[in-house]
Design a protein around this ligand. Structure first.
Ligand code: UDP
Length: 553
């Protein structure tokens, strides 16, 4: 901090003059407050008022210039959670001339990323809402590099996972409460405000019941790149990778087989598995593998990641700790357990993660369907699922219900009551579900990432036509391979042709292995057909259509 201040002092007069002359400049991306990130020169923060300040001068820029729409409802979301009304960002405005009457500003020389953490106490939220979005926001703006400064404005303390936030850059992140230590007026030389929502896959149920986001834009590749970067920062090398050196291929296969293991992630305070030892024995017996347990209470986070990154299967009760499945190797299985009366289909943050394209994880859920195997806690405080505070009738209704109805976040007492139950896992039904779910044994560990290279447009599409009789005609379509195909080894190349009679709103689709075809069925003389052609690699990698052909018979 002292070094930073002295560094700031070197340029102090230059900086102060720049601020006074040019004021604040802001240029943003995004049409809506929900997809906006803003870049500022000389954004200031007044710790007394707890407000950011934009200083207007003749050369200030404010783009978008929304006028008072800036407050409808806000300039941008400061957290990655969409349109949450406690997470809005805005600033106050002042003329730069008022700086003369204000406390001397302290300048922050680092390029700064300003954001809100959404729920830093919960590991799932830490990764999904903060770490992944911050990591990729920093990738988006190259001056947000390893030297960048992060500032968390949500107002919480460090929280239990602060070490994870520290991995994002080499500089200590600052909390809102610490900003006042820098003086009454603090000005960020260069800053970005807001977080990319590109990587988030789950919505928590603030406006509709929780579930996968409507438009997911992230794939397993980006999640895995992030995981790898974090592991490097934590000084973790995958066991698997270390052992690659030396030994014949056969030896290696043997070794890998021997080294396959299952991880049971155990919770030790709430939502317990009551017969964990029995579950572990059953897993070891069934899969003939070692089973190791990890828990947040007993291990450091890096040591947990170390273990998970080499696992064949991760078994855990539903809960935030399951976010660590993003460190599993490709081909591994995620097995999520749900307490009595909780429908796995309605709570899918980890299923959605495991199912992202290219994540290459198997996902299986098991649900306790035997009421006698659940231990509930009606007398606990409401936030741990207690229901004693509710009216007798409501308590009875909850106790009689065998399925939590769909609900919104975050304080539904029936949901909290059920999700905080402890469970005696019924081993036969558990193994049944597991065997059914992982038909292809979980030793797909070596699974290679599938190619995601898409075909280009087919080139030089042509059609020519001929009329046979008054009701017979032929339409021949031909094309050249996409340009990128000649550089690729593709298992299967097919072409899709759509033929639409002009003026009709249906079309006939054809899949063809070759580069030309003569259509005669359903082709009428003296008719105009619109023809589209595209290439498909390996059944599901679709290319773009070439320009439409107009073919007159
Ligand atoms: N937690 C834990 N051990 C426990 C219970 C919870 O480490 O026995 C952690 C959990 O991983 C999460 C936080 O405490 O980071 C909050 O847990 P909670 O049950 O409230 O949330 P959930 O796991 O349902 O997301």
């Amino acid at each position: 901090q002292s070094q930073e201040l002295s560094q700031a002092r070197i340029d102090y007069h230059v900086a102060l003059q720049a601020l006074q002359e040019h004021g604040t400049r802001m240029v943003c991306t995004g049409k809506m407050h929900t997809d906006r990130i803003c870049r500022f020169d000389y954004l200031c923060y007044c710790s007394e008022a707890e407000e950011f300040v934009f200083f207007h001068s003749n050369s200030s820029v404010m783009l978008p210039n929304l006028g008072s729409r800036r407050f409808q409802p806000a300039l941008l979301d400061l957290s990655s959670v969409e349109d949450h009304n406690t997470q809005y960002f805005n600033f106050l405005e002042l003329p730069a001339a008022t700086l003369k009457f204000m406390p001397k500003p302290v300048f922050v020389p680092d390029v700064t990323l300003i954001l809100n953490r959404f729920n830093p106490d919960n590991l799932m939220h830490v990764f999904h809402d903060d770490l992944l979005p911050a990591f990729y926001t920093m990738k988006q703006y190259s001056d947000l590099d390893d030297e960048a400064r992060l500032v968390f404005m949500e107002g919480w303390g460090e929280g239990p996972h602060f070490d994870l936030y520290r991995l994002l850059s080499s500089k200590q992140p600052l909390l809102k409460e610490q900003l006042r230590n820098f003086g009454k007026l603090m000005c960020f030389t260069k800053s970005y405000v807001g977080l990319s929502k590109m990587t988030t896959w789950y919505q928590y149920g603030f406006v509709q019941p929780q579930g996968p986001k409507a438009n997911m834009l992230v794939s397993g590749n980006e999640i895995r790149q992030f995981a790898r970067a974090l592991m490097e920062k934590m000084n973790i090398t995958r066991v698997e990778e270390v052992e690659k050196d030396g030994g014949s291929a056969e030896d290696e296969k043997e070794k890998e087989k021997k080294d396959e293991y299952i991880v049971v992630f155990s919770r030790s305070t709430t939502r317990l598995i009551l017969n964990e030892a029995e579950l572990i024995m059953a897993l070891a017996q069934e899969f003939q593998m070692r089973v190791v347990t990890v828990s947040m209470e007993e291990q450091s986070f890096p040591s947990i990641v170390q273990v998970i990154s080499g696992a064949t299967m991760l078994v855990s009760m539903h809960g935030a700790q399951l976010i660590t499945s993003l460190f599993l190797p490709r081909g591994a299985a995620v097995v999520e357990l749900f307490p009595f009366a909780v429908n796995p289909e309605q709570y899918t943050p980890y299923k959605t993660l495991a199912s992202l394209p290219g994540m290459d994880l198997h996902y299986v859920s098991w649900r306790n369907t035997k009421e006698e195997n659940t231990i509930s806690h009606p007398d606990r405080p409401w936030e741990q699922g207690g229901i004693a505070h509710l009216e007798k009738e409501e308590q009875e209704r909850i106790l009689a219900s065998k399925d939590v109805p769909r609900h919104l976040c975050c304080r539904n007492p029936e949901w909290l009551f059920r999700i905080y139950q402890d469970t005696l896992v019924d081993i036969p039904s558990f193994l049944e579900v597991l065997k059914e779910g992982i038909k292809t044994k979980p030793s797909l560990k070596k699974s290679k990432p599938a190619s995601t290279v898409h075909p280009g447009r087919v080139r030089e599409p042509h059609c020519h036509t001929s009329v046979q009789t008054t009701n017979e005609a032929k339409l021949t379509v031909s094309w050249q391979i996409p340009w990128n195909l000649k550089y690729l080894k593709v298992r299967e190349v097919k072409y899709e042709v759509w033929i639409q009679e002009q003026g009709e709103n249906t079309y006939m689709p054809y899949i063809l292995p070759q580069q030309n075809y003569t259509f005669s069925e359903n082709i009428k003389p003296f008719t105009t057909y619109l023809v589209w052609v595209r290439c498909i690699f390996n059944k599901n990698l679709l290319g773009p259509f070439a320009d439409v052909l107009m073919c007159r018979t």
